[in-house]
Structures are given as structure tokens and as C-alpha cells.
Design a protein around this ligand. Sequence first.
Ligand code: NDP
Length: 453
Amino acid sequence: MTLTVLEPATEAVLAEVPRAGPDDADAAVARAKAAYPAWRAVAPPDRARLLYGLADALAERQEELAVLEARNAGKPIGDARGEMGMVVDVFRYYAGAVERNLGDTIPVTGGVAMTFREPLGVVALITPWNFPLTIAAWKLGPCLAAGNTVVLKPAELTPLTALEFERIALEAGLPEGVVNVVAGPGSTCGRRLVEHPDVAKVAFTGSTAVGRTIAAGAAQTIKRVTLELGGKSPNLVFADADLEAAAAAAPWAVFGNAGQDCCARSRILVESAALDRFMDALEEVVEGIRVGDPLDEATQMGPLISAAQRETVASYVPEDAPVAVRGSAPDGPGFWFPPTVLCPVAPDDRAAREEIFGPVACVIPFRDEAEAIELANDTVYGLSGSIWTRDGARALRVARALDTGVLSINSNTSVRVATPFGGFKQSGVGRELGPHALEHYTEVKTVYYATGG
Ligand code: NDP
């Protein structure tokens, strides 16, 4: 059986790859299990050297990987280059962390207690199509650094950079069986990994709905689970903010990656007193967004990932939707959707409550700070968000009041290699990146040494 991989900008076939099923998942777990004792025993400086070597090998192939990712995921080549740069940085960061995987010594009666951070064993990574290699790297880096072996299941729609990664890891000297990639459907191949008794942990990024089934499936064998799920993040713009800066940044927080971003600040909450000025500035930016061929250096937004995704996104913009701004998009072929701003949107509107995962922003006016906080928190999600104001005390007050994992003040960026990333509420469990991620790929072991004292 083969998996036909499309190029979303043209709908043409980009590649045919073997389609993995449950038996392939079993075989990959067996390989990872066999490789685990030796990988775990690699001396930390040697494991660090191997991961630095892997980062160098990825850096050498950075442009090739960026082009492949841009074509397969339909993202602008400039963005894909940035993402591949982050992939390299992630491996360098966690190569450096191998020798900083520290424990504690604890004073106790009659001896000394110490803690060790031990690897878990075989870890299954299940990843989505929006940032295919980047999100895989966020998991692979800490997972491998901690001494685990891996079975990675990329999304069926975008398996190509993961398959390349498996080859690059071998070429860079990682032992056979340490990294195993199975490109197959979630409902069969992914499910098998979640249920497999030899898998110690599942690290997942994707929809909240599938996250729920993964948590339930993993419960059967008490697997460790980390989940990075959906979002409906707020972008709070107060009237005292630098409105030009806020309006210039806001579109990219929704239309970046064509809105297919769990961090998308897709609810733009604007203080009523500033609404008109903000919308005027926003309109100019949105109308200027260049949507088109991902490989054209001038392109700022590509297509959606699939026809199904385009249909889902379109369902949030019915005939009577309050469309305030609509940018342009090519006619086709390709899964195009124009950047679209809805204003004003009622907070209980479906478009304001559900993760759209497409280039549709909802502008919701608010009266004052209290209402802004209430609206921002009125969601089952809690992944990211932004606060735009010149009042520093207010910025921090609001930041502390928001139930969200990652916030930025006077900026719309949320992801950095060295800082923890993850969600409150139904946006997930656990943290990726930074030192926190390493903790999620280790168990704490306590050893008591009786000294007779
Ligand atoms: P999914 O959550 O279905 O897919 C994410 C990953 O999980 C894919 O690798 C998928 O495999 C796999 N998967 C699916 N079902 C199972 C299962 N039962 N057991 C194990 N693994 C499984 O996302 P979709 O692709 O369907 O996207 C739907 C919506 O999810 C989007 O519109 C968006 O709202 C949200 N989403 C959020 C993301 C985020 O970053 N938070 C990322 C992607 C989607 P495969 O696709 O190969 O079948």
C-alpha cells in the first residue's frame, strides 16, 4: 500500500511513499525497544556529540528540507527556512542539555538520598501537518537527549521531512533503531502506538478531539502522555497601545501559516474606543498580504493543507458573516482561502468559540479591562495570547489574570527554543521546549544510600 502525498498549492502528486499500518508500528516499536539499552548506556558526552552532529547534518540539508516542507505543507519558503533553522537550534539546545540532566541530593536521616532523571524507554511521537518537522523536533530533541528511543508517526498529509529526518539521523551516526518513522494513518498506525504495551509514553500534537482519544487509549497501560492541542487565543488591544504596531502585527498572528497554527491569536479583542482606528490600520495590512506560490520568495501566505480543511474553514464564513476585510487569493488549482477578518463578532458566535485553523480572524470589541479579561478567558482553550498596551502595570496585571500558557506583551510571538511552551485547560498537558521538556521525557528515581551516620 502507498500513501499519495499532494502539494497543496497545485493539488499535484508530490510523492508516493509506503503506507505504514499497525504491523509496521509493531515492527518499529520492536526496533526501538531493541536499540534502547545501548542508547541509554551511551555516555552523556558521546550522546551530546551525536546530537550536535545531527544538528550539523540538518544544517547542511536545511535548504533542501525547507523546500520539501514548503511544497508539502504549502508554506511560504521564507517561513519554511525559518522553521528549519529552529529545527537545527532545537537539536543544538538539547545536545547541550544532555550533560545538564541533573538530579538532587537530599539530606535525610542515616544516609543520603539522591535523585536521578532516568529515560522512559520507547516513546511514540504523533505529530500534525501544520509544522511537520518543527513540531517533531520539539519532541525528538529532549526525547533523544534523555536517552529514550523513538517511533515518530507524522501526519499522513506531510510525512516527507520526517522520512528524510530518519535517513539523516542514521547518516549522522545515531545507532540503528534509535529513530524510527512510520508514515501511516492515525486511526490504525497511530492508534496501535498508543495502545502498544512496549511504548512508555505518547507525545502528541494535534486536535483536542484526538488528544482525548489518545489520553483514553494511553490510560489502559498507564502511559505517560503529553498533549499539545488546539487553541482560540486572544489578542487584547487596549486603546492606549501603539495601535499601528498592534494592527501591523495582528494579521500575522492569524494568517501566518494560513491560520493553521495552534497559537493563532484568532480572537482579536479591541477596546471599543480604539476600534475604528485599529480596523483602518488592519484593513490596509490585510489587503496587502501576498497569497500565492509557496516557492515564490515574495509570498507571505500559502494555501490550506487540503480540500477538507478548506471546506471546514469556509463553514465559519457563511453568506451572512460580518466580513469586514477580505484579502485576495489565487483561483486554483490549490486549496486557497483569502485572509478574512470578521467584525464585529459576538463572543458566543461559533467562529469566536471554535478553533478554525484557517485564515479567519474574529474582532470582538470590549469596554474595559475587566471585560477584556472575562472575554479572553471565556474559552475551553488556553494556549497563547497577546496584550497590547503602553501601561506596564496593566500589561502584567492582565497577563497574570489570563488562563493561558504562553503570553506576549506588545508582540505576537510565542515560541522560543529556550522557553516552555504549552497550554492551560483543553489546550494540553505538559510543556515543550526549554528545560521543562526534558522533564517530560524522564522519570525521577530516588536512591537512598545508608551511610550509617
Ligand atoms: P488530528 O488531531 O486528527 O491529527 C494529528 C495527528 O494525530 C496526525 O498524525 C494524525 O494522523 C494522528 N491521529 C489521528 N487520529 C488518531 C488516533 N485515533 N490515534 C492516534 N493518532 C491519531 O488533526 P487533523 O489533521 O484532523 O486536523 C483537524 C483539526 O485539528 C484542525 O482543523 C485543527 O483545528 C486541529 N489541529 C491542531 C493542531 C495543533 O497544532 N494544535 C495541529 C493539527 C490539527 P493522520 O493525520 O495521519 O491520520
